[in-house]
Design a protein around this ligand. Structure first.
Ligand SMILES: Cc1ncc(COP(=O)(O)O)c(C=O)c1O
Length: 410
């Protein structure tokens, strides 16, 4: 096709506003959004009013996800210490606690400080603190909030933590992190793990709380049967170590692990006492594609509650349009357009994305909104500073996303 024919005429492009600009009558509705959020005045504030790209939470689906997990835990007699790295929101953590959560798990000391500062009890740091900075802040946190604890996977770090905790006169809750198939952390199961647990138990300023094994490689294993097998294989060493530690007379109050992908696998039997699942609150396309027990194509135990809302900003070519989200918004080809799963997504630089489709009868409107399900929650939520919470089209709340990566937040 020659380059001129690839362009559409202005009339064919159509548009949200058409030829009349009547919609520009009440501009204050669009320009005073920050003031209204500060006053928590959400009356008549709709998704249409929001600047884009932005993150929108479908409250109904989100609440259903929380209830589904809480109900699962109640039925199976297992606790939930949900991972916050996917959402970084004290508002969400509080909602999980009110549904029976025993605490939250965090990936960074900054997240722990944020959650404990927001009044959340039972915060567990799931990445061993190894720098002087992180060790000092871990101990300071335990001094302020005695229900806070950390994991450790190395006797050397256990020694450093003991020394720092002793200097502050603190007793630090400590969980031994055991390798469970992910070669990024965790001490070897069996004798080495038991030795470390004994060292922690014997340390005057550490209190052995239990054992952790995060089978992160099982969480996204495609296919129900394959995932079941992978998870069982990956946590076998952890479960064997639990038995050995108890036999050695060590106190193992908690055995923590699991994920959104394995929540209903790891809660069978008498293995884990608690789950660390996080992504189920919103879900992302990476998770939806792992397949579920009943549907090999879509993992539908939890609904897709989070979208990145964008605007169609240009439409000069057939069967494609440009949206205002690109690399900075972490747009990816594996994102999915809400209501139009057949549409292909491409990023086109820092601030632009392209949507392409084949069916000439289906179109997007210039100035119209398009919502995308993100590929990976952790990365996407990290580049936004708030969730707009919607019931249908109406905005009913705004939750800040806090403790994000960046010099000031570390
Ligand atoms: C240590 C740990 N536990 C639990 C989770 C939660 O997993 P998910 O978000 O897949 O439910 C993660 C996520 O990466 C993690 O790193």
């Amino acid at each position: 096709m020659d380059s001129r024919r690839r362009f559409l005429g202005a009339a064919a492009a159509g548009g949200l506003l058409g030829s009349s600009h009547a919609l520009f009558g009440r501009t204050s509705r669009y320009s005073d959004i920050e003031g209204r959020i500060a006053r928590r005045d959400f009356r008549d504030l709709c998704k249409e009013d929001l600047p884009t790209p932005c993150m929108v939470v479908d409250l109904e689906i989100f609440e259903r996800n929380l209830r589904t997990m809480a109900e699962h835990c109640r039925t199976k007699g297992i606790e939930l210490r949900g991972h916050v790295k996917v959402h970084k929101s004290p508002d969400i953590a509080r909602r999980q606690m009110s549904l029976g959560g025993v605490g939250v798990t965090c990936a960074t000391v900054a997240e722990c400080e944020l959650m404990a500062g927001a009044g959340i009890k039972g915060v567990l740091l799931t990445r061993q603190p190894a720098s002087r900075n992180n060790i000092a802040r871990t101990v300071a946190l335990a001094k302020k909030e005695p229900t806070f604890g950390t994991v450790v996977d190395d006797p050397l770090v256990a020694g450093w933590l003991q020394e720092a905790a002793a200097a502050e006169g603190v007793k630090l809750r400590t969980v031994v992190d055991i390798y469970a198939g992910l070669t990024r952390h965790g001490i070897e199961p069996g004798a080495p793990a038991v030795e470390l647990a004994k060292k922690v138990d014997a340390a005057k300023n550490l209190r052995l709380l239990g054992l952790m094994g995060y089978s992160g490689a099982a969480s996204h294993t495609k296919g129900w049967e394959q995932r079941k097998k992978k998870s069982a294989d990956d946590i076998a060493g952890l479960l064997e170590t639990v038995g050995m530690a108890r036999q050695a007379g060590l106190p193992v109050e908690i055995v923590t692990g699991g994920s959104t992908g394995t929540y209903n696998i790891d809660s069978e039997g008498k293995g884990l006492t608690e789950l660390q699942a996080g992504s189920f609150v919103f879900m992302d396309t990476m998770y939806r594609r792992i397949g579920g027990r009943d549907d090999p194509a879509v993992y539908g135990d939890f609904g897709a509650a989070l979208t990145v809302m964008t605007t169609v900003i240009s439409k000069r070519h057939p069967r494609q349009c440009t949206i205002d989200a690109g690399n900075k918004a972490l747009l990816r080809p594996t994102d999915e357009v809400k209501g139009r799963p057949e549409v292909r997504v491409q990023n086109q630089g820092a601030e632009y994305g392209i949507l392409e489709w084949s069916d000439a009868d289906k179109d997007f409107q210039l100035g119209g909104r398009v919502e995308l399900y993100p590929t990976n929650l952790d990365m996407s939520t990290n580049v936004y500073d708030r969730y707009y919470v919607a019931r249908g089209e109406q905005i009913v709340d705004v939750w800040p996303i806090m403790g994000r990566a960046g010099a000031a937040q570390r």
